[in-house]
Design a protein around this ligand. Sequence first.
Ligand SMILES: C[S@@+](CC[C@H](N)C(=O)[O-])C[C@H]1O[C@@H](n2cnc3c(N)ncnc32)[C@H](O)[C@@H]1O
Ligand SMILES: Nc1nc2[nH]cc(C(=O)O)c2c(=O)[nH]1
Ligand code: SF4
Ligand SMILES: [Mg+2]
Length: 221
Amino acid sequence: MYQINEIFETIQGEASFTGTPSIFVRLQGCPVGCSWCDTKQTWDAKTSYVVSLEQTVEKKSDSEHWAKADAEDILALFQSRGYRAKHVVITGGEPCLFDLNPLCELLHQHGYSTQVETSGTFEIKVPAQTWVTVSPKINMRGGYEVLASAMKRANEIKHPVAMQKHVDELEELFKATGVHPRLVYLQPISQKAKATKLAIDTCIKKNWRLSVQVHKYLGIN
Ligand SMILES: C[S@@+](CC[C@H](N)C(=O)[O-])C[C@H]1O[C@@H](n2cnc3c(N)ncnc32)[C@H](O)[C@@H]1O
Ligand SMILES: Nc1nc2[nH]cc(C(=O)O)c2c(=O)[nH]1
Ligand code: SF4
Ligand SMILES: [Mg+2]
């Protein structure tokens, strides 16, 4: 069973798939604890907050409520809602707390492409076709071995930055793991002007890419 915080259809606002109509599946639960996390409502999976799957769909505002659902329930919900998007983004919380193979395999069988957004602090359990976005949480949890194997599996790296230290940590991680990804995105933390300037300047200097959480500028989910 997966723990669902919310499901909604929108435009992917981050990294390579920016602009792509997507169904977001946000899973409940994350023990990593990034101080600037924009989805703190997903951290705890309190049993007193369990609701029906329907109540987690297209929520009016962020909440800690969540539902239990398996892969078939999730696919049936996409169909009953009449979603048109064919790209599914599994995020959280930390989606890699769960074995995502059953969900991704079922979605692939039904013509969807899948993407997972992960911190790289838990083993990534997805099929080979799944696009993996690793937003490495360095020195946070899970240990070096887990993070190093996430870096090797990643199709793209998306790194939130607010200060030079965050850039330096990322470069140290590339050196330590020997992984030099082709697609490296810097994402300014919380649309702060200073963070945005740092990200722009660094992307130009390093020939990396900028990811600006377009949905937040548009005021959409
Ligand atoms: C909320 S996380 C969920 C998936 C997973 N736990 C992870 O960290 O990748 C989704 C993405 O948003 C980024 N993010 C979270 N809070 C942010 C913020 N305040 N500003 C910019 N990016 C943020 C994360 O680093 C990650 O790339
Ligand atoms: N539109 C939109 N794009 C996103 N890309 C990553 C998101 C996330 O919260 O993981 C996100 C999100 O919440 N909304
Ligand atoms: S790992 Fe992701 S969901 Fe967890 S606290 Fe950090 S940004 Fe938030
Ligand atoms: Mg969001």
